[in-house]
Design a protein around this ligand. Structure first.
Ligand code: 5AD
Ligand code: SF4
Length: 442
């Protein structure tokens, strides 16, 4: 009889891609996917350690798995990913019902672990980090869909002082252009219309003499690739060569994620972000100059240790200058083991909360302002799913990464269609399908 597995994924797209890799390995071992965790012989959770909140969610899920295991003692519970790496001792001491703990570089061990599980009763733990593992030869099991995540590099050497990633995912290493291209070709032949190149530090990609612009151009030149995105870059590794490649290929989306984190130079230095606010705003201007109508999103952390009110206001100042199209905003969360955890000047929760609300409010204003600029444009939209609010409407994205809601008409998911933008509401655009013969795409 076939054994079954259930897997759930927390955290970033890199984890989504890793879970697909894990699923590929499990299926090769003859395991079948189930959507019901209660029925599964193996329950896996791919975890995230980036903020305390992410860890809390996993802890509460582990409680659910434990209750299932009490009913069905043969259930095998596996904790994968960043939290496995970061909290293995805590898990082993306090959660003895967890059978398998594997860090992000140890997934190749899974088939062997599953085969031996019949006679093996001890916990299996492997959180060794590798300088070489890129899972080059393994093919992920992707669900049918629009977008294929393709991991091009792993790890991070930047060591921002707030961030746990360099500790949970280890040193940077990149796959060869050749193997990435062959995976992209396979994804295209399977019907994926959008490719997202992934890495913790995607644009510090480096393999032999090939840097990220070379790779991006090589992917853009593959027949049948309709849209290419990449995430998540570091401002330090965005250069003119990369922007020129983006500008000269229509298939590369006109969208840049440019994580600011903070707008004051003392705090940026304390965060080890390697750029000043002046350099950051110049870079944003250069991006807008080279890529007209580009969508720029950012990440902002409020309440980093020692951040004064005046320093926080400089973050608002940079936001006013750059006017991001969207932002992911976070309260600083202490991560044990990081450099910032050694600072002592933490800010009270209320201060962080108020600053977060200020940032969100300002960003809402900017998102609307930037979206209003799109009204009356005809945009090419990739139809991705049904609108959450209305079954007679589609939701799709522009290449600048804005969601557009429009009446379904006769078009289908995965189509690229011209849509006249008629309104900007909240964080989305609304529009009307344009008959192909009327369309002049801007
Ligand atoms: N606290 C709050 N936010 C964090 N991030 C990373 N580490 C922390 C932390 N300790 C945010 C950064 C990063 C994004 C992925 O998560 O903004 O860009
Ligand atoms: Fe974390 Fe900084 Fe590396 Fe991004 S660049 S993963 S924020 S250490």
């Amino acid at each position: 009889m076939f054994k079954s597995y259930f897997i759930e994924t927390y955290g970033c797209q890199m984890n989504v891609a890793d879970s697909e890799l894990v699923e590929g390995l499990l299926q090769k071992e003859g395991l079948r996917h189930t959507d019901k965790m209660e029925d599964a012989d193996f329950i896996f959770v791919n975890t995230c350690a980036i903020r305390e909140h992410a860890e809390e969610k996993v802890h509460s899920q582990l409680g659910r798995y434990y209750r299932i295991k009490k009913q069905k003692p043969d259930t095998i519970i596996g904790v994968l990913g960043c939290m496995a790496q970061h909290l293995k001792n805590d898990i082993l001491e306090n959660k003895p019902y967890v059978d398998i703990v594997l860090g992000p570089d140890s997934y190749r061990k899974l088939p062997e672990i599953i085969r031996n599980r019949v006679n093996e009763t001890n916990n299996i733990v492997d959180t060794t980090l590798s300088r070489f593992e890129v899972y080059d030869d393994l093919f992920p099991s992707r669900n049918e869909g629009i977008n294929a995540w393709i991991s091009i590099m792993r790890g991070c050497d930047k060591f921002c002082t707030f961030c746990i990633v360099p500790f949970t995912r280890g040193r940077e290493r990149s796959r060869s252009v050749k193997s990435i291209i062959s995976e992209v070709k396979q994804a295209v032949s399977e019907g994926f219309v959008e490719i997202t190149l992934l890495g913790q530090n995607v644009n510090s990609y480096s393999h032999g003499n090939d840097g990220f612009p070379v790779l991006l151009e090589a992917v853009a030149d593959i027949d049948g690739v309709k849209r290419i995105r990449y995430t998540s870059p570091h401002p330090q590794d965005i250069n003119e060569e990369l922007l020129d490649v983006m500008a000269s290929h229509d298939t590369i989306c006109n969208y840049v994620h440019l994580p600011l984190q903070a707008g004051n130079n003392r705090i940026l230095k304390r965060m080890n972000r390697t750029y000043s606010k002046e350099h950051f705003t110049e870079l944003a201007n250069l991006i807008r100059k080279k890529l007209p109508n580009v969508g720029i999103s950012t990440d902002i952390i409020v309440g980093f240790p020692g951040e004064t009110e005046a320093e926080f206001e400089e973050t608002l100042g940079v936001m006013e200058k750059v006017k991001f199209d969207s932002a992911f905003t976070f309260k600083y969360s202490l991560r044990p083991g990081t450099k910032a955890a050694e600072f002592s000047d933490y800010l009270p929760e209320e201060v962080k909360q108020t600053r977060l609300e200020n940032v969100i409010e300002l960003q809402k204003k900017h998102t609307l302002e930037r979206n209003l600029d799109f009204v009356n444009n005809v945009e090419t939209v990739l139809v991705e799913k049904e609108s959450k609010r209305s079954s007679s409407h589609w939701a799709g994205r522009t290449d600048s990464n804005k969601w557009v809601i429009f009446e379904k008409g006769t078009v289908n998911i995965k189509d690229f269609v011209p849509v006249l933008i008629t309104a900007a509401k909240g964080i989305s655009l609304h529009g009307e399908l344009v008959q192909k013969e009327e369309a002049i795409i801007i």
